[in-house]
Design a protein around this ligand. Structure first.
Ligand SMILES: NC(=O)c1ccc[n+]([C@@H]2O[C@H](COP(=O)([O-])OP(=O)(O)OC[C@H]3O[C@@H](n4cnc5c(N)ncnc54)[C@H](OP(=O)(O)O)[C@@H]3O)[C@@H](O)[C@H]2O)c1
Length: 267
């Protein structure tokens, strides 16, 4: 187990830094003293974030990249290593999803969800892990989802991509921890970010809407988990009780998930 307790002198690459969780995490890491590589497609949003970080004395580099494009990720990783002189902390956060029935979900978009959420994560991890192992030191954070542990209706393609991330992270953790690389899987519940557009907010079950938390609270929990050397974080933590219920009483869990998701969206 490798605890991350100080970010001074630490170089961090955050994917999906232009918005929501990635943006909040980048700002916090910079405040803690980390040097940042900011990855996303929207250069203007990344430039604005980098300017905000520099204004407060931090260091940040803008690295525009579509994470689903392997060649772009190769170029982006090489540039990050050049600018930062190595990456100590990789945060695989870029991603998106929809609430859509399997029958209505366009196949091309289902493929794209997998390419962005899973393959983007795979590419960055594959390209940056080696230099961590060489130095015997590194941290990789996978921002998966509760949907990567508990599948709910109308999330099929999204849940599949997040289950894939969780599987990759767990296997990798077992392989590389003894080499000095710590893997943290993060499964957020419902976080208030632009991930949810107006339509998604309207369709969201009231119980989920009520449990929505600010990204800064999730960021606090992530830094805390890294400081303690935890391997998995579900936030808010109470949701993790659902994993146990699913394992012990799958039929009951199934009825609850249907009741709180499908039924409430029709109400
Ligand atoms: N919000 C939640 O409740 C919640 C819950 C569980 C898990 N998550 C996960 O948390 C992560 C961040 O989501 P968020 O809530 O912060 O949503 P968000 O505000 O919509 O941010 C998504 C980020 O991903 C980037 N991104 C999307 N597609 C990309 C691509 N092809 N290449 C590069 N970057 C891409 C976006 O940047 P550009 O558009 O500039 O490319 C943006 O910075 C996602 O993986 C999401 O699945 C969120």
């Amino acid at each position: 187990m490798n605890r991350l307790t100080s970010y001074v002198g630490c170089s961090a690459l955050v994917t999906g830094a232009s918005s929501g969780i990635g943006r909040a995490l980048s700002l916090r890491l910079a405040r803690e003293g980390a040097r940042l590589g900011l990855v996303a497609r929207r250069t203007d949003a990344l430039e604005a974030l980098a300017a905000e970080i520099r204004q407060t004395g931090g260091e940040a580099f803008v690295l525009p990249c579509d994470v689903s494009d392997r060649e772009q990720v190769e170029g982006c990783s090489a540039r990050a290593l050049e600018l930062l002189g190595g990456v100590d902390l990789l945060v695989n956060n870029a991603g998106y999803g929809h609430h859509r029935s399997f029958l209505d979900w366009d196949l091309a978009d289902m493929e794209r969800v997998m390419r962005v959420n899973y393959l983007g994560t795979l590419y960055f991890t594959k390209l940056l892990l080696g230099q961590m192992v060489e130095r015997g030191r590194g941290w990789i954070v996978f921002i998966a989802s509760v949907a990567g542990k508990l599948a709910t209706p109308e999330e099929s393609a999204y849940a599949a991509s997040k289950f894939a991330m969780v599987g990759l992270a767990e296997a990798l953790s077992l392989e590389v921890e003894a080499k000095g690389v710590h893997v943290l899987t993060v499964c957020p519940g419902v976080i208030r970010t632009p991930f949810f557009d107006d339509e998604a907010l309207r369709r969201m079950p009231p119980v989920a809407r009520r449990s929505m938390v600010e990204p800064e609270r999730l960021v606090d929990a992530i830094l805390n988990a890294l400081a303690r050397g935890r391997r998995e974080l579900t936030y808010p933590r109470s949701i993790a009780a659902g994993y146990l219920v699913r394992a012990l009483a799958p039929g009951f869990m199934r009825r609850q998930l249907r009741r709180f998701t499908l039924d409430s969206t029709k109400a």
